[in-house]
Design a protein. Sequence first.
Length: 595
Amino acid sequence: MKKLLLLGLVVSLFSAAGLEAKTVKKGNKRNLINTFELNVAHINDHHSHLEEEKMPLKLNGQTVTATIGGLPRVAQEIKDFRKNNKNTLILHAGDAVTGTLYYTLFEGKADAQLMNAINFDAFTLGNHEFDDGNKFLKSFLDALTIPVISANVVPDKGSILEGKWKPYIIKNIGGQKVGIIGIDVVKKTKESSSPGDDIKFTDEVETAGKYVKELQNQGINKIILLSHAGYEKNVEIGEKVDGIDLIISGDTHYLLGKEFEQFGLVPEKPDYPKKVNSPDGNPVYIAEAWNYSYLLGEMKAKFDKNGVIKELIPTPKVLIGDTFEIKNAEGKVVQLDEKEKVAIINSIKNNKNIKVVKNDTVTEKLLERYQKEKTELGKKSVGKITEEILGGSDNRVPGPHNKDGSFATTLVAESVLHKLRNMGTGNVDFVIGNAGNVRITLNPGNFTYDQAYSLLPFTSNTVFITDITGDEVKQVLEDAIDYVLNGGSTGAFPYGAGIRYEATKEGKLGTRVKKIEVFDFKANKWVPIDAKKSYMLAVNSYIAKGKDGYTTLGKITAQNRGTDTHLSDTKIFIDYLKEKKEVGRPKSTNVIFKY
C-alpha cells in the first residue's frame, strides 16, 4: 500500500510540473496541458539579392554607409539562432527569385543552392516564382531540397507541377506538433505573373480556414500560416479565421517596427509583429521581415496549455557587416578610421534590433562560385542595339542640344508596356517613367547583361500599377516638369509609352502641359485623353512613392489605389531585347517640349 501511495505521489508531482502530457478538449482542438516555447526566424522576398549591399544607416549619431544583408550573412545569423534557442522554426515567406542578375543568369539555381544550405524548415510560393511560367518553376523546385508548401495553388492532374508542393506540413518540434500552411497571393499571381492555365488558385481566406480545420481535426492546436498574401490580406485572414496563432507574411516588403527609426529607416507600420484577435477572441500575430535579406525576423512565442500564444517576445534584426563609409571634407568616399568603427560596433552591441554578423563560410563559398560565373556571363550579349539611343544625365530634358531628350527612357517605357499588355495585366493603358531611372546612352552593337544593369541599376525599382483619371495624369506631368524647372532633379522629367504630350517651359505649375493623347489599342489610334475617364497607369516604384517631385502620384498611391507587381524593370528590358533580338530608337519620344 505504501508503495502504491508513493507511486501516486510521484505521478502527481510529475503532472504538476508539466512533465506528463495530459490532453484536454477546447472546441475541436486537442491540447496539451504543459506550456510550449517556439522560436521562429523568418525572411521573405529576398528576390535573388544574394550578395550584401550598401545602405546609409544612422549609427552612433552619424549617417554612414554600411554593408547590409546577403544570404551568407542571413545563414550565419540563422546558425546562431538555432544554436542559442530550443524548438526553432526557420521560414521563408516566398518570392525567392527575380530582381538581380543572379536570377537572370542562373534562373533560380543560385537561390536554390543557398536556400538549401540555410535549410529552411518551409518555403511558400510567391507570385514571382511564376514569372517565367511553369517550366522555370519546375526547374527551380527540382533544385530545392527544402519543403515547399502552398495550399491555394493547385496544379491540374498531369501538370508538370503536380506534386511539387503540399498544402501544409506538420513538424514535430520539442515533442509538439506544429502545423504550417502555405498561402500565395491570388490576384497578383494571376494578373502580373505567368502561371500556366493548368494552375488553379483558390481564395486566400477560405483556403486558410479550410486547412486550419483539417489540422485541428488531427489534434493540432499550434498553427502557423506561411503566407505570401501580403500584409493587409494577412491581417484580414487573422481577423476572420479561427485557430491561427502566427502569420509569417510576405509580398508587401514591409519593414515593421518603429524601433527601426533609430537607424534612419522608415517602417511601413509601427508594430513588429502586428497583433489582432481572431473571431474566437484569441490573439493572432502577423510578422513580415522587410525584403532583400536585409533583416531577419526573430521571435519567441510561448503557448499556454490550450495552444494559445500568451507571450511573444520579438527581436527582429537588421544584419550588417563591420565596414562603414563616409564622405570626407573633399567629398571622397572613405572608410571610417578604426577608432570610429569600433565606437559604432560598441554602440550597437546591446541593441536587439541590429547586429554585426560575419558571413557563413559555407554559404559564402557557394555564392563565390556564382559570383565568378556571373562576372563572365555578364559579358554575354542579350541582343543588338542598331543605333545610338540617347540617355543618361546629359539627355534628361529635351532642349536645344537634343530636342527629343532621353530616347532611352522612352524605350524602357515601351518595354514595360509591351510586357504588361502581353501577360495577365493586359489592361494597362500607358507607362510614365522618369529620366533619372535610365543611366546611360545605348551605343550601336551587342548589348550585354552587364550593360542592362548599367542602364537600369536600381534593382529595388519595380513596376507599380495604379488607376488614375485623365485630370490626375495631367497633374502628374505638371508636377514633374515643375520640379525639374524649379531646382529639383532633371531626372524627374517624364517620358512615356502609350501616352504623348506637349508642354512648354514657360508658365507656372498647372499651366505648362498643353496637350495629352493616349493610344487607343482597340481603335489602333491616338486619341485625346479624357479628363474624367479612369485609366491604368504603370510607373516605377520610386516615383510611385511621390519621389522626384511626383507629389500627386504619391498621394494617389497613398490611398491604396494601386499595387506593386515587384516585376524588375531591368529584367523586363532584358526579356524585351531578347524577344526583339535588335532595337533602335523609338519612332518618337512622345514628348514635345517647347523652350
